[in-house]
Write a new protein. Structure first.
Lengths: 319, 319
Protein backbone atom coordinates (compact mmCIF):
# COMPACT_ATOMS: atom_id res chain seq x y z
CA UNK A 1 0.00 0.00 0.00
CA UNK A 2 1.59 3.30 -1.02
CA UNK A 3 1.07 6.46 1.06
CA UNK A 4 -1.38 8.86 -0.67
CA UNK A 5 -1.11 12.63 -0.39
CA UNK A 6 -2.10 14.00 3.05
CA UNK A 7 -5.23 16.06 3.64
CA UNK A 8 -5.35 19.56 2.11
CA UNK A 9 -4.24 22.45 4.31
CA UNK A 10 -7.07 24.29 6.06
CA UNK A 11 -7.80 27.81 7.24
CA UNK A 12 -9.10 27.93 10.81
CA UNK A 13 -10.79 30.71 12.75
CA UNK A 14 -11.00 30.61 16.53
CA UNK A 15 -13.20 32.84 18.68
CA UNK A 16 -12.08 33.24 22.28
CA UNK A 17 -14.90 34.47 24.49
CA UNK A 18 -15.27 34.74 28.22
CA UNK A 19 -16.83 31.29 28.59
CA UNK A 20 -15.88 29.26 25.52
CA UNK A 21 -13.33 28.83 22.78
CA UNK A 22 -14.88 27.97 19.42
CA UNK A 23 -12.64 26.91 16.52
CA UNK A 24 -13.78 26.17 12.99
CA UNK A 25 -12.35 25.21 9.62
CA UNK A 26 -13.64 27.84 7.19
CA UNK A 27 -13.65 27.60 3.41
CA UNK A 28 -13.28 30.50 0.97
CA UNK A 29 -17.06 30.96 0.78
CA UNK A 30 -17.19 31.49 4.54
CA UNK A 31 -18.73 28.11 5.27
CA UNK A 32 -17.78 26.46 8.55
CA UNK A 33 -16.85 22.89 7.68
CA UNK A 34 -15.89 21.50 11.09
CA UNK A 35 -15.84 22.93 14.60
CA UNK A 36 -14.36 22.12 17.98
CA UNK A 37 -14.76 23.83 21.31
CA UNK A 38 -13.24 24.13 24.77
CA UNK A 39 -14.23 25.96 27.91
CA UNK A 40 -12.26 29.14 28.43
CA UNK A 41 -10.09 28.62 31.52
CA UNK A 42 -11.22 32.05 32.79
CA UNK A 43 -9.73 35.31 33.92
CA UNK A 44 -7.89 33.81 36.87
CA UNK A 45 -6.23 31.07 34.84
CA UNK A 46 -2.74 31.60 33.45
CA UNK A 47 -2.24 32.91 29.92
CA UNK A 48 -0.62 29.56 29.16
CA UNK A 49 -3.74 27.59 30.15
CA UNK A 50 -5.84 29.82 27.90
CA UNK A 51 -3.42 29.32 25.05
CA UNK A 52 -3.50 25.55 25.61
CA UNK A 53 -7.28 25.60 25.18
CA UNK A 54 -6.94 27.56 21.92
CA UNK A 55 -4.23 25.30 20.57
CA UNK A 56 -6.25 22.17 21.29
CA UNK A 57 -9.51 23.51 19.87
CA UNK A 58 -7.81 24.53 16.63
CA UNK A 59 -5.99 21.22 16.24
CA UNK A 60 -9.23 19.34 16.96
CA UNK A 61 -11.08 21.33 14.32
CA UNK A 62 -8.29 20.79 11.79
CA UNK A 63 -8.52 17.06 12.49
CA UNK A 64 -5.05 16.27 11.27
CA UNK A 65 -5.01 18.60 8.26
CA UNK A 66 -2.05 20.98 8.02
CA UNK A 67 -2.80 24.58 9.04
CA UNK A 68 -2.69 27.10 6.19
CA UNK A 69 -3.32 29.94 8.64
CA UNK A 70 -5.16 30.56 11.90
CA UNK A 71 -7.21 33.66 12.69
CA UNK A 72 -7.78 34.40 16.35
CA UNK A 73 -10.69 36.61 17.41
CA UNK A 74 -10.50 37.62 21.06
CA UNK A 75 -13.04 39.30 23.31
CA UNK A 76 -10.70 42.08 24.34
CA UNK A 77 -8.61 45.03 23.25
CA UNK A 78 -6.10 43.94 20.63
CA UNK A 79 -3.23 46.33 19.92
CA UNK A 80 -3.09 48.12 16.58
CA UNK A 81 -0.28 45.88 15.33
CA UNK A 82 -2.38 42.77 15.97
CA UNK A 83 0.30 41.23 18.16
CA UNK A 84 -1.06 41.39 21.67
CA UNK A 85 -4.26 41.35 23.71
CA UNK A 86 -3.70 44.54 25.66
CA UNK A 87 -6.59 43.99 28.04
CA UNK A 88 -9.62 41.74 28.24
CA UNK A 89 -12.09 41.79 31.12
CA UNK A 90 -12.79 38.03 30.97
CA UNK A 91 -9.41 36.71 29.81
CA UNK A 92 -6.03 36.60 31.55
CA UNK A 93 -3.96 38.28 28.82
CA UNK A 94 -2.42 41.61 29.74
CA UNK A 95 -0.11 42.47 26.89
CA UNK A 96 1.48 39.08 26.19
CA UNK A 97 2.66 38.56 22.57
CA UNK A 98 -0.21 36.16 21.88
CA UNK A 99 0.08 36.20 18.11
CA UNK A 100 3.71 35.08 17.95
CA UNK A 101 3.36 32.55 20.75
CA UNK A 102 0.47 30.83 19.00
CA UNK A 103 2.16 30.97 15.60
CA UNK A 104 5.04 29.08 17.12
CA UNK A 105 2.81 26.43 18.63
CA UNK A 106 0.75 25.93 15.49
CA UNK A 107 3.70 26.45 13.14
CA UNK A 108 1.39 28.51 10.97
CA UNK A 109 0.80 32.22 10.30
CA UNK A 110 -1.60 33.75 12.83
CA UNK A 111 -3.69 36.92 12.69
CA UNK A 112 -5.15 38.36 15.87
CA UNK A 113 -8.07 40.76 16.12
CA UNK A 114 -10.96 41.76 18.31
CA UNK A 115 -13.99 39.45 18.09
CA UNK A 116 -16.39 42.22 17.06
CA UNK A 117 -13.96 43.34 14.35
CA UNK A 118 -13.81 39.78 13.06
CA UNK A 119 -17.62 39.57 12.96
CA UNK A 120 -17.76 42.90 11.12
CA UNK A 121 -15.23 41.64 8.60
CA UNK A 122 -17.31 38.51 7.97
CA UNK A 123 -20.39 40.66 7.33
CA UNK A 124 -18.47 43.01 5.06
CA UNK A 125 -16.71 40.30 3.08
CA UNK A 126 -19.49 37.77 2.63
CA UNK A 127 -22.51 38.88 4.63
CA UNK A 128 -25.04 41.65 5.15
CA UNK A 129 -22.59 44.52 4.58
CA UNK A 130 -21.17 43.24 1.31
CA UNK A 131 -20.37 46.01 -1.17
CA UNK A 132 -20.63 48.83 1.38
CA UNK A 133 -18.04 51.57 1.56
CA UNK A 134 -18.89 52.31 5.18
CA UNK A 135 -20.56 49.78 7.47
CA UNK A 136 -21.44 49.84 11.15
CA UNK A 137 -21.83 46.40 12.74
CA UNK A 138 -23.50 46.24 16.14
CA UNK A 139 -23.32 42.84 17.86
CA UNK A 140 -25.86 42.49 20.67
CA UNK A 141 -24.92 39.80 23.15
CA UNK A 142 -24.47 40.11 26.89
CA UNK A 143 -23.19 43.58 26.04
CA UNK A 144 -22.53 45.38 22.74
CA UNK A 145 -19.67 44.52 20.40
CA UNK A 146 -18.87 46.96 17.65
CA UNK A 147 -17.03 46.90 14.36
CA UNK A 148 -16.55 49.52 11.67
CA UNK A 149 -15.61 49.26 8.03
CA UNK A 150 -14.68 52.60 6.44
CA UNK A 151 -13.54 52.94 2.86
CA UNK A 152 -13.63 49.16 2.50
CA UNK A 153 -11.14 48.63 5.32
CA UNK A 154 -11.67 47.44 8.87
CA UNK A 155 -11.24 50.57 10.96
CA UNK A 156 -9.22 49.64 14.05
CA UNK A 157 -8.12 53.10 15.18
CA UNK A 158 -4.87 54.32 16.66
CA UNK A 159 -4.59 51.71 19.39
CA UNK A 160 -6.91 49.07 17.95
CA UNK A 161 -9.76 50.27 20.19
CA UNK A 162 -12.24 51.62 17.65
CA UNK A 163 -15.80 50.28 17.68
CA UNK A 164 -16.26 50.50 21.46
CA UNK A 165 -19.45 52.51 21.00
CA UNK A 166 -21.23 50.13 23.39
CA UNK A 167 -19.48 52.15 26.09
CA UNK A 168 -20.55 55.51 24.72
CA UNK A 169 -22.48 57.44 27.37
CA UNK A 170 -26.13 57.83 26.41
CA UNK A 171 -27.59 58.61 29.84
CA UNK A 172 -25.87 61.07 32.20
CA UNK A 173 -25.60 59.48 35.66
CA UNK A 174 -27.32 56.44 34.20
CA UNK A 175 -27.08 52.76 35.07
CA UNK A 176 -23.68 51.61 36.37
CA UNK A 177 -21.65 49.63 33.84
CA UNK A 178 -19.08 46.87 34.34
CA UNK A 179 -16.56 49.23 32.71
CA UNK A 180 -16.69 51.40 35.82
CA UNK A 181 -18.67 54.29 34.42
CA UNK A 182 -22.38 55.05 34.09
CA UNK A 183 -24.99 55.31 31.38
CA UNK A 184 -23.19 53.26 28.71
CA UNK A 185 -25.29 52.26 25.70
CA UNK A 186 -24.92 48.55 26.43
CA UNK A 187 -26.64 48.98 29.78
CA UNK A 188 -29.80 49.88 27.82
CA UNK A 189 -29.45 47.79 24.69
CA UNK A 190 -28.16 44.22 25.09
CA UNK A 191 -29.22 40.80 26.27
CA UNK A 192 -28.69 41.90 29.84
CA UNK A 193 -30.79 45.02 29.31
CA UNK A 194 -33.62 42.92 27.86
CA UNK A 195 -33.58 40.63 30.89
CA UNK A 196 -33.56 43.60 33.25
CA UNK A 197 -36.68 45.04 31.58
CA UNK A 198 -38.46 41.70 31.53
CA UNK A 199 -37.60 40.91 35.14
CA UNK A 200 -38.85 44.29 36.28
CA UNK A 201 -42.27 43.59 34.78
CA UNK A 202 -42.79 39.88 35.18
CA UNK A 203 -43.76 39.95 38.85
CA UNK A 204 -46.95 41.89 38.11
CA UNK A 205 -47.92 39.82 35.08
CA UNK A 206 -49.93 36.66 34.55
CA UNK A 207 -49.04 36.21 30.89
CA UNK A 208 -46.95 33.62 29.03
CA UNK A 209 -43.71 35.11 30.34
CA UNK A 210 -44.69 34.63 33.99
CA UNK A 211 -45.82 31.10 33.19
CA UNK A 212 -42.45 30.28 31.61
CA UNK A 213 -40.47 31.22 34.71
CA UNK A 214 -43.08 30.22 37.31
CA UNK A 215 -43.26 33.89 38.30
CA UNK A 216 -39.58 33.88 39.34
CA UNK A 217 -37.82 36.81 37.66
CA UNK A 218 -34.38 35.33 38.40
CA UNK A 219 -35.24 32.26 36.34
CA UNK A 220 -35.90 34.27 33.17
CA UNK A 221 -33.71 33.76 30.12
CA UNK A 222 -33.49 35.69 26.88
CA UNK A 223 -35.05 32.80 25.00
CA UNK A 224 -38.08 32.89 27.30
CA UNK A 225 -38.53 36.61 26.67
CA UNK A 226 -38.33 36.14 22.91
CA UNK A 227 -40.77 33.22 22.92
CA UNK A 228 -43.24 35.00 25.19
CA UNK A 229 -43.07 38.16 23.06
CA UNK A 230 -43.83 36.09 19.97
CA UNK A 231 -46.95 34.84 21.79
CA UNK A 232 -48.01 38.41 22.53
CA UNK A 233 -46.96 38.66 26.18
CA UNK A 234 -47.26 42.34 27.16
CA UNK A 235 -44.28 42.43 29.48
CA UNK A 236 -42.01 40.74 26.97
CA UNK A 237 -43.20 42.96 24.12
CA UNK A 238 -42.61 46.02 26.27
CA UNK A 239 -39.08 44.82 27.04
CA UNK A 240 -38.34 44.59 23.31
CA UNK A 241 -39.90 48.03 22.72
CA UNK A 242 -37.63 49.57 25.32
CA UNK A 243 -34.45 47.81 24.20
CA UNK A 244 -35.28 48.35 20.51
CA UNK A 245 -35.87 52.03 21.28
CA UNK A 246 -32.39 52.32 22.74
CA UNK A 247 -31.00 50.44 19.75
CA UNK A 248 -32.44 53.18 17.53
CA UNK A 249 -31.06 56.02 19.64
CA UNK A 250 -27.55 54.59 19.76
CA UNK A 251 -27.55 53.79 16.06
CA UNK A 252 -28.82 57.31 15.29
CA UNK A 253 -25.74 58.72 17.00
CA UNK A 254 -23.49 56.46 14.92
CA UNK A 255 -25.31 57.37 11.71
CA UNK A 256 -25.08 61.10 12.53
CA UNK A 257 -21.33 60.62 12.93
CA UNK A 258 -20.52 58.25 10.07
CA UNK A 259 -23.45 58.33 7.61
CA UNK A 260 -22.81 54.67 6.74
CA UNK A 261 -24.20 52.73 3.79
CA UNK A 262 -25.46 49.99 6.06
CA UNK A 263 -26.03 49.22 9.72
CA UNK A 264 -25.86 45.51 10.51
CA UNK A 265 -27.29 44.18 13.76
CA UNK A 266 -26.01 40.80 14.90
CA UNK A 267 -25.55 38.76 18.04
CA UNK A 268 -27.91 36.54 19.98
CA UNK A 269 -30.56 39.23 20.46
CA UNK A 270 -31.19 39.58 16.74
CA UNK A 271 -32.75 36.11 16.73
CA UNK A 272 -35.85 37.98 17.94
CA UNK A 273 -36.04 39.60 14.51
CA UNK A 274 -38.75 42.21 14.07
CA UNK A 275 -39.62 42.18 17.76
CA UNK A 276 -36.36 44.04 18.20
CA UNK A 277 -35.76 45.63 14.81
CA UNK A 278 -39.18 47.23 14.26
CA UNK A 279 -39.03 49.43 17.38
CA UNK A 280 -35.35 49.99 16.58
CA UNK A 281 -36.15 51.35 13.13
CA UNK A 282 -38.91 53.60 14.47
CA UNK A 283 -36.59 55.03 17.11
CA UNK A 284 -33.77 55.51 14.61
CA UNK A 285 -36.07 57.56 12.42
CA UNK A 286 -37.18 59.68 15.40
CA UNK A 287 -33.67 60.21 16.77
CA UNK A 288 -31.67 60.78 13.57
CA UNK A 289 -30.84 64.34 12.57
CA UNK A 290 -32.41 65.48 9.28
CA UNK A 291 -34.21 62.15 8.86
CA UNK A 292 -36.64 63.84 6.47
CA UNK A 293 -33.79 65.06 4.26
CA UNK A 294 -31.82 61.84 3.90
CA UNK A 295 -32.07 58.16 3.20
CA UNK A 296 -32.25 56.61 6.67
CA UNK A 297 -30.27 53.36 6.69
CA UNK A 298 -32.10 50.17 7.47
CA UNK A 299 -31.24 47.99 10.45
CA UNK A 300 -30.11 44.90 8.60
CA UNK A 301 -29.94 41.55 10.41
CA UNK A 302 -26.50 39.96 10.31
CA UNK A 303 -25.93 37.13 7.85
CA UNK A 304 -23.70 35.23 10.26
CA UNK A 305 -24.86 33.95 13.61
CA UNK A 306 -22.80 32.69 16.55
CA UNK A 307 -20.03 31.67 14.15
CA UNK A 308 -19.46 35.22 12.82
CA UNK A 309 -16.26 35.60 14.84
CA UNK A 310 -14.88 32.27 13.67
CA UNK A 311 -15.65 33.05 10.03
CA UNK A 312 -14.29 36.61 10.21
CA UNK A 313 -11.13 35.52 11.99
CA UNK A 314 -10.47 32.95 9.27
CA UNK A 315 -11.19 35.46 6.50
CA UNK A 316 -8.84 37.99 8.07
CA UNK A 317 -5.94 35.57 7.53
CA UNK A 318 -6.37 36.08 3.78
CA UNK A 319 -4.88 39.58 4.26
CA UNK B 1 4.23 101.18 -22.73
CA UNK B 2 3.85 97.51 -23.58
CA UNK B 3 1.27 95.37 -21.84
CA UNK B 4 2.98 93.04 -19.32
CA UNK B 5 1.67 89.63 -18.45
CA UNK B 6 -1.55 89.67 -16.40
CA UNK B 7 -1.66 88.74 -12.72
CA UNK B 8 -1.08 85.06 -11.86
CA UNK B 9 -4.16 82.85 -11.47
CA UNK B 10 -5.34 82.41 -7.89
CA UNK B 11 -7.06 79.74 -5.84
CA UNK B 12 -9.99 81.10 -3.82
CA UNK B 13 -11.93 79.60 -0.95
CA UNK B 14 -15.33 80.95 0.05
CA UNK B 15 -17.17 80.13 3.26
CA UNK B 16 -20.93 80.64 3.17
CA UNK B 17 -22.39 80.91 6.64
CA UNK B 18 -25.79 81.96 7.90
CA UNK B 19 -24.80 85.60 8.33
CA UNK B 20 -21.77 86.24 6.13
CA UNK B 21 -19.94 85.14 3.02
CA UNK B 22 -16.14 85.21 3.42
CA UNK B 23 -13.90 84.72 0.39
CA UNK B 24 -10.12 84.52 0.43
CA UNK B 25 -7.22 83.98 -1.95
CA UNK B 26 -5.24 81.09 -0.46
CA UNK B 27 -1.70 80.08 -1.37
CA UNK B 28 -0.29 76.55 -1.33
CA UNK B 29 0.93 76.97 2.26
CA UNK B 30 -2.61 77.73 3.38
CA UNK B 31 -1.97 81.44 3.90
CA UNK B 32 -4.89 83.77 3.22
CA UNK B 33 -3.49 86.54 1.04
CA UNK B 34 -6.55 88.68 0.47
CA UNK B 35 -10.17 88.51 1.66
CA UNK B 36 -13.54 89.98 0.77
CA UNK B 37 -16.90 89.59 2.45
CA UNK B 38 -20.62 90.07 1.90
CA UNK B 39 -23.67 89.67 4.09
CA UNK B 40 -25.54 86.44 3.41
CA UNK B 41 -28.92 87.39 1.93
CA UNK B 42 -30.58 84.94 4.34
CA UNK B 43 -32.84 81.97 4.26
CA UNK B 44 -35.77 83.84 2.75
CA UNK B 45 -33.76 85.31 -0.13
CA UNK B 46 -33.65 83.54 -3.47
CA UNK B 47 -30.88 81.08 -4.30
CA UNK B 48 -29.86 83.53 -7.04
CA UNK B 49 -29.33 86.38 -4.56
CA UNK B 50 -27.18 84.11 -2.42
CA UNK B 51 -25.16 83.07 -5.46
CA UNK B 52 -24.72 86.72 -6.44
CA UNK B 53 -23.20 87.45 -3.04
CA UNK B 54 -20.79 84.52 -3.46
CA UNK B 55 -19.81 85.51 -6.96
CA UNK B 56 -19.09 89.08 -5.94
CA UNK B 57 -17.12 88.17 -2.83
CA UNK B 58 -14.90 85.79 -4.79
CA UNK B 59 -14.29 88.27 -7.60
CA UNK B 60 -13.50 90.99 -5.06
CA UNK B 61 -10.99 88.74 -3.30
CA UNK B 62 -9.38 87.76 -6.60
CA UNK B 63 -9.03 91.46 -7.42
CA UNK B 64 -8.78 90.96 -11.17
CA UNK B 65 -6.61 87.85 -11.12
CA UNK B 66 -7.88 84.86 -13.14
CA UNK B 67 -9.46 82.09 -11.07
CA UNK B 68 -7.49 78.85 -11.01
CA UNK B 69 -10.26 77.18 -9.00
CA UNK B 70 -12.83 78.09 -6.37
CA UNK B 71 -13.70 76.00 -3.32
CA UNK B 72 -17.08 76.65 -1.76
CA UNK B 73 -17.71 75.66 1.89
CA UNK B 74 -21.37 75.87 2.83
CA UNK B 75 -23.08 75.66 6.21
CA UNK B 76 -25.42 72.88 5.17
CA UNK B 77 -25.76 69.33 3.92
CA UNK B 78 -23.87 68.87 0.68
CA UNK B 79 -24.66 65.76 -1.36
CA UNK B 80 -22.06 63.01 -1.65
CA UNK B 81 -21.23 64.00 -5.23
CA UNK B 82 -20.41 67.57 -4.14
CA UNK B 83 -22.87 69.05 -6.63
CA UNK B 84 -25.75 70.36 -4.53
CA UNK B 85 -26.64 71.81 -1.16
CA UNK B 86 -29.38 69.38 -0.23
CA UNK B 87 -30.56 71.34 2.78
CA UNK B 88 -29.25 74.20 4.91
CA UNK B 89 -31.15 75.66 7.86
CA UNK B 90 -29.88 79.22 7.27
CA UNK B 91 -29.54 79.27 3.48
CA UNK B 92 -32.15 79.14 0.71
CA UNK B 93 -30.66 76.21 -1.27
CA UNK B 94 -32.81 73.09 -1.43
CA UNK B 95 -31.11 70.84 -3.92
CA UNK B 96 -30.10 73.34 -6.62
CA UNK B 97 -27.00 72.35 -8.68
CA UNK B 98 -24.92 75.00 -6.93
CA UNK B 99 -21.53 73.69 -8.03
CA UNK B 100 -22.22 73.81 -11.77
CA UNK B 101 -24.09 77.11 -11.63
CA UNK B 102 -21.17 78.80 -9.89
CA UNK B 103 -18.59 77.19 -12.15
CA UNK B 104 -20.41 78.72 -15.09
CA UNK B 105 -20.44 82.16 -13.53
CA UNK B 106 -16.81 82.08 -12.47
CA UNK B 107 -15.68 80.15 -15.56
CA UNK B 108 -13.49 78.10 -13.27
CA UNK B 109 -13.60 74.64 -11.69
CA UNK B 110 -15.56 74.63 -8.44
CA UNK B 111 -15.56 72.19 -5.53
CA UNK B 112 -18.42 72.24 -3.03
CA UNK B 113 -18.33 70.81 0.48
CA UNK B 114 -19.72 71.29 3.94
CA UNK B 115 -18.01 74.06 5.96
CA UNK B 116 -17.01 71.77 8.81
CA UNK B 117 -15.54 69.27 6.33
CA UNK B 118 -13.53 72.10 4.79
CA UNK B 119 -12.23 73.17 8.20
CA UNK B 120 -11.31 69.57 8.99
CA UNK B 121 -9.45 69.29 5.69
CA UNK B 122 -7.47 72.46 6.47
CA UNK B 123 -6.47 71.03 9.85
CA UNK B 124 -5.54 67.67 8.34
CA UNK B 125 -3.58 69.10 5.42
CA UNK B 126 -1.69 71.93 7.07
CA UNK B 127 -2.91 72.30 10.65
CA UNK B 128 -3.30 70.54 13.97
CA UNK B 129 -4.21 67.14 12.51
CA UNK B 130 -1.32 66.91 10.07
CA UNK B 131 0.04 63.39 9.68
CA UNK B 132 -2.91 61.71 11.39
CA UNK B 133 -4.54 58.63 9.91
CA UNK B 134 -7.79 59.33 11.73
CA UNK B 135 -8.78 62.78 12.96
CA UNK B 136 -11.91 64.12 14.59
CA UNK B 137 -12.42 67.87 14.19
CA UNK B 138 -15.02 69.54 16.44
CA UNK B 139 -15.81 73.15 15.56
CA UNK B 140 -17.54 74.99 18.40
CA UNK B 141 -19.46 78.02 17.20
CA UNK B 142 -23.12 78.84 17.72
CA UNK B 143 -23.56 75.06 17.46
CA UNK B 144 -21.16 72.20 16.70
CA UNK B 145 -19.66 71.55 13.30
CA UNK B 146 -17.98 68.23 12.73
CA UNK B 147 -15.48 66.79 10.29
CA UNK B 148 -13.79 63.40 10.10
CA UNK B 149 -10.67 62.24 8.36
CA UNK B 150 -10.29 58.44 8.22
CA UNK B 151 -7.41 56.70 6.49
CA UNK B 152 -6.13 60.07 5.28
CA UNK B 153 -9.37 60.86 3.43
CA UNK B 154 -12.20 63.23 4.32
CA UNK B 155 -15.01 60.92 5.38
CA UNK B 156 -18.25 62.26 3.91
CA UNK B 157 -20.46 59.21 4.25
CA UNK B 158 -23.10 57.77 1.99
CA UNK B 159 -25.08 60.98 1.49
CA UNK B 160 -22.41 63.52 2.43
CA UNK B 161 -23.88 63.80 5.93
CA UNK B 162 -21.12 62.36 8.11
CA UNK B 163 -19.74 64.46 10.96
CA UNK B 164 -23.13 65.58 12.28
CA UNK B 165 -22.23 64.38 15.76
CA UNK B 166 -23.31 67.74 17.17
CA UNK B 167 -26.81 66.35 16.79
CA UNK B 168 -26.06 63.09 18.56
CA UNK B 169 -28.38 62.66 21.54
CA UNK B 170 -26.50 62.86 24.82
CA UNK B 171 -29.39 63.61 27.15
CA UNK B 172 -32.70 61.69 26.89
CA UNK B 173 -35.57 64.20 26.87
CA UNK B 174 -32.96 66.94 27.16
CA UNK B 175 -32.95 70.53 25.95
CA UNK B 176 -34.89 71.17 22.74
CA UNK B 177 -32.70 71.67 19.68
CA UNK B 178 -33.25 73.73 16.53
CA UNK B 179 -33.10 70.44 14.62
CA UNK B 180 -36.47 69.49 16.13
CA UNK B 181 -35.27 66.86 18.55
CA UNK B 182 -34.03 66.97 22.14
CA UNK B 183 -30.81 66.50 24.04
CA UNK B 184 -28.38 67.07 21.14
CA UNK B 185 -24.73 67.53 22.11
CA UNK B 186 -24.60 71.07 20.73
CA UNK B 187 -27.28 72.17 23.19
CA UNK B 188 -24.74 71.48 25.96
CA UNK B 189 -21.44 72.29 24.28
CA UNK B 190 -21.35 75.39 22.03
CA UNK B 191 -21.28 79.16 22.17
CA UNK B 192 -25.01 79.17 22.81
CA UNK B 193 -24.63 76.65 25.63
CA UNK B 194 -21.93 78.80 27.25
CA UNK B 195 -24.18 81.85 27.15
CA UNK B 196 -27.07 79.87 28.60
CA UNK B 197 -24.96 78.78 31.56
CA UNK B 198 -23.55 82.27 32.12
CA UNK B 199 -26.94 83.93 31.86
CA UNK B 200 -28.44 81.51 34.34
CA UNK B 201 -25.85 82.49 36.93
CA UNK B 202 -25.15 86.15 36.33
CA UNK B 203 -28.26 87.50 38.05
CA UNK B 204 -27.08 86.24 41.44
CA UNK B 205 -23.48 87.40 41.01
CA UNK B 206 -21.63 90.61 41.73
CA UNK B 207 -18.40 89.64 39.96
CA UNK B 208 -16.69 90.91 36.81
CA UNK B 209 -19.24 89.19 34.59
CA UNK B 210 -22.21 91.02 36.13
CA UNK B 211 -20.27 94.28 35.84
CA UNK B 212 -19.63 93.73 32.15
CA UNK B 213 -23.29 93.36 31.29
CA UNK B 214 -24.65 95.74 33.95
CA UNK B 215 -26.43 92.77 35.49
CA UNK B 216 -28.50 92.21 32.34
CA UNK B 217 -28.19 88.55 31.29
CA UNK B 218 -29.55 89.32 27.82
CA UNK B 219 -26.64 91.69 27.17
CA UNK B 220 -24.02 88.98 27.73
CA UNK B 221 -21.74 87.91 24.88
CA UNK B 222 -19.30 85.05 24.60
CA UNK B 223 -16.37 87.47 24.70
CA UNK B 224 -17.62 88.87 28.03
CA UNK B 225 -17.81 85.36 29.49
CA UNK B 226 -14.28 84.52 28.34
CA UNK B 227 -12.83 87.80 29.66
CA UNK B 228 -14.63 87.49 32.98
CA UNK B 229 -13.48 83.89 33.38
CA UNK B 230 -9.91 84.97 32.73
CA UNK B 231 -10.34 87.45 35.62
CA UNK B 232 -11.56 84.67 37.89
CA UNK B 233 -15.31 85.37 37.80
CA UNK B 234 -17.00 82.40 39.46
CA UNK B 235 -20.07 82.34 37.26
CA UNK B 236 -18.03 82.53 34.06
CA UNK B 237 -15.58 79.87 35.27
CA UNK B 238 -18.49 77.61 36.17
CA UNK B 239 -20.00 78.10 32.70
CA UNK B 240 -16.72 76.92 31.12
CA UNK B 241 -16.52 73.98 33.56
CA UNK B 242 -19.99 72.85 32.51
CA UNK B 243 -19.49 73.34 28.78
CA UNK B 244 -15.97 71.86 28.92
CA UNK B 245 -17.40 68.88 30.81
CA UNK B 246 -19.86 68.24 28.01
CA UNK B 247 -17.06 68.66 25.48
CA UNK B 248 -15.26 65.80 27.20
CA UNK B 249 -18.32 63.54 27.30
CA UNK B 250 -19.14 64.04 23.63
CA UNK B 251 -15.54 63.58 22.56
CA UNK B 252 -15.30 60.41 24.70
CA UNK B 253 -18.15 58.92 22.68
CA UNK B 254 -16.37 59.77 19.42
CA UNK B 255 -13.09 58.35 20.70
CA UNK B 256 -14.81 55.14 21.87
CA UNK B 257 -16.20 54.81 18.34
CA UNK B 258 -13.23 55.86 16.20
CA UNK B 259 -10.10 55.69 18.40
CA UNK B 260 -8.60 58.62 16.44
CA UNK B 261 -5.00 59.79 16.45
CA UNK B 262 -6.04 63.32 17.22
CA UNK B 263 -9.06 65.34 18.31
CA UNK B 264 -8.91 68.96 17.14
CA UNK B 265 -11.16 71.56 18.74
CA UNK B 266 -11.77 74.71 16.73
CA UNK B 267 -14.30 77.47 16.33
CA UNK B 268 -14.85 80.71 18.23
CA UNK B 269 -15.13 79.05 21.62
CA UNK B 270 -11.61 77.67 21.52
CA UNK B 271 -10.26 81.23 21.84
CA UNK B 272 -10.93 80.66 25.55
CA UNK B 273 -8.10 78.10 25.50
CA UNK B 274 -7.48 76.24 28.74
CA UNK B 275 -10.62 77.68 30.34
CA UNK B 276 -12.49 75.30 28.02
CA UNK B 277 -9.91 72.62 27.24
CA UNK B 278 -8.75 71.83 30.79
CA UNK B 279 -12.23 70.76 32.03
CA UNK B 280 -12.73 69.11 28.64
CA UNK B 281 -9.64 66.94 29.06
CA UNK B 282 -10.59 65.98 32.61
CA UNK B 283 -14.07 64.97 31.52
CA UNK B 284 -12.73 63.05 28.52
CA UNK B 285 -10.51 61.00 30.82
CA UNK B 286 -13.43 60.30 33.18
CA UNK B 287 -15.89 59.41 30.42
CA UNK B 288 -13.69 57.38 28.07
CA UNK B 289 -13.88 53.60 28.22
CA UNK B 290 -10.67 51.88 29.31
CA UNK B 291 -8.91 55.22 29.81
CA UNK B 292 -6.38 53.51 32.07
CA UNK B 293 -5.51 50.97 29.35
CA UNK B 294 -4.98 53.32 26.41
CA UNK B 295 -3.37 56.53 25.31
CA UNK B 296 -6.15 59.11 25.75
CA UNK B 297 -5.98 61.60 22.87
CA UNK B 298 -5.35 65.23 23.72
CA UNK B 299 -7.85 67.96 22.88
CA UNK B 300 -5.71 69.93 20.44
CA UNK B 301 -6.63 73.53 19.61
CA UNK B 302 -7.19 74.12 15.91
CA UNK B 303 -4.39 75.77 13.95
CA UNK B 304 -6.82 77.73 11.80
CA UNK B 305 -9.23 80.29 13.22
CA UNK B 306 -12.26 81.90 11.57
CA UNK B 307 -10.64 81.37 8.16
CA UNK B 308 -10.47 77.56 8.48
CA UNK B 309 -13.41 77.08 6.12
CA UNK B 310 -11.91 79.43 3.51
CA UNK B 311 -8.53 77.71 3.66
CA UNK B 312 -9.98 74.20 3.60
CA UNK B 313 -12.31 75.01 0.72
CA UNK B 314 -9.39 76.33 -1.31
CA UNK B 315 -7.23 73.31 -0.45
CA UNK B 316 -10.01 70.93 -1.47
CA UNK B 317 -9.80 72.27 -5.03
CA UNK B 318 -6.34 70.70 -5.28
CA UNK B 319 -8.12 67.30 -5.41
Amino acid sequence: MSAGPGPAAVRVGVDVGGTKVLAGVVDDEGRVLRTARRSTPGRLATPEATEDALVEAVLDAADGAPLLAVGVAAAGFVDAAGERVAFAPHLPWRGEPVRDRLAERWRAPVTLDNDANAAAWAEYTLGAARGADTAVVVTLGTGIGGGLVVGGRLHRGRGGMAGEFGHGQLVPDGRPCECGRRGCWEQYCSGNALLREARAGVGTSAGPLAARCDGDPAALTGVMVTEAAAEGDEVALHAFEVVGGWLGVGVANLVATLDPDVVVVGGGLVAAGELLLAPGRAALRRALVAAAHREVPDLTPAAFGPEAGVVGAALLTRG
